[in-house]
Design a protein around this ligand. Structure first.
Ligand code: AMP
Length: 287
């Protein structure tokens, strides 16, 4: 069963897309799902491409989820390019697009009794600097997975900690949904593609690339032994360029626990969050 001959169908109602998927008797294990917040770029398209390769039905969604924004200004300024997004998804061969309004996702309001037990993951890095962010991420993905019920959920490694959080959330609630993690798509100079890059002016764009440069520096310099000095130098480099750094961390790639002393055997990941003026960007690199 394949939908390749169809044009993309857009659904605004949760009930309608759910029913459509079920009525087509599409077995869950052949449905791929790519949730996004729109302002799409080649990184998003790469997730759709991956799903197209494996799944008979590729479902995308665009919903800027207010409950995952700890900063109201960030939410208000989140870029929106909906016409272009629809065009990009259709060209990429996405079969169904879910484009819900707020009340479709949160019919009972955004407040929730559900608390997701994310443990340690929620206390560090993005969890620490963006209180409530991962609860909001879980809340919206939980709702979306309930509606779409995919066999595969496609996520980008660009949001490294988010991938870990969602693995944890889905392991219990959605055991039939496999998580597929796609590599980070970058601009030619190394900047990780991000919807928030659209907010950067020419000068800021030149500063933004320093984040991936700092990660490459860490990757090049990491040796066995203490890592504090490398982290500090990367941080100072960013600060000297005028970025405001939330964190520069080197962590165990499978647990995200910070690693001070590299034993040379543990896979490591470097993660950075920094502001270019008021635009907050994140990136990471396996070392
Ligand atoms: P967003 O619209 O930012 O919520 O992202 C939707 C999905 O696209 C998430 O799974 C992201 O991790 C993924 N994504 C964002 N940027 C990139 C990128 N540069 N490369 C690959 N995937 C990405």
């Amino acid at each position: 069963l394949t939908f390749n001959t169809l044009k993309m169908i857009i659904f605004k109602k949760a009930e309608d897309i759910s029913r459509f998927i079920r009525e087509k008797s599409v077995a869950a294990n052949i449905i791929g799902f790519v949730p996004t917040m729109g302002a799409l770029h080649a990184g998003h398209v790469s997730l759709v491409d991956m799903s197209k390769h494996t799944d008979a039905l590729t479902v995308g969604s665009i919903f800027v989820n207010p409950t995952q924004f700890n900063d109201k200004k960030d939410f208000d300024k989140y870029p929106s390019t909906i016409e272009k997004d629809i065009d990009m998804l259709e060209k990429a061969g996405c079969d169904l697009l879910f484009l819900p309004g707020l009340t479709e996702i949160y019919p009972g309001g955004t407040k929730t009794e559900t608390h997701y037990d994310l443990g340690y993951l929620e206390t560090i890095l993005e969890g620490k600097y963006r209180p409530g962010h991962f609860q909001g991420v879980c809340q919206v993905v939980d709702r979306l997975l309930d509606i779409v019920q995919p066999g595969r959920l496609y996520l980008g490694k660009k949001d490294y900690q988010q991938c870990m959080v969602l693995k944890k959330m889905t392991a219990i609630k959605y055991p039939n949904t496999a998580i597929i993690i796609a590599p980070t798509m970058r601009e030619p100079d190394g900047l990780a593609m991000s919807s928030r890059n659209m907010r950067l002016n020419e000068e800021e764009r030149k500063l933004a690339v320093k984040i991936s440069s700092a990660l490459s520096f860490i990757k090049k310099e990491t040796r066995k032994g203490y890592l504090e000095d490398i982290k500090e130098r990367a941080k100072q480099y960013l600060v000297a360029e005028g970025l405001k750094v939330d964190y520069v961390e080197i962590a165990n790639a499978s647990t995200l626990e910070p690693v001070e002393n590299n034993n040379g055997n543990t896979p490591l990941v470097a993660l950075i969050a920094a502001f270019v003026n008021d635009v907050r960007l994140i990136d990471n690199m396996l070392l």
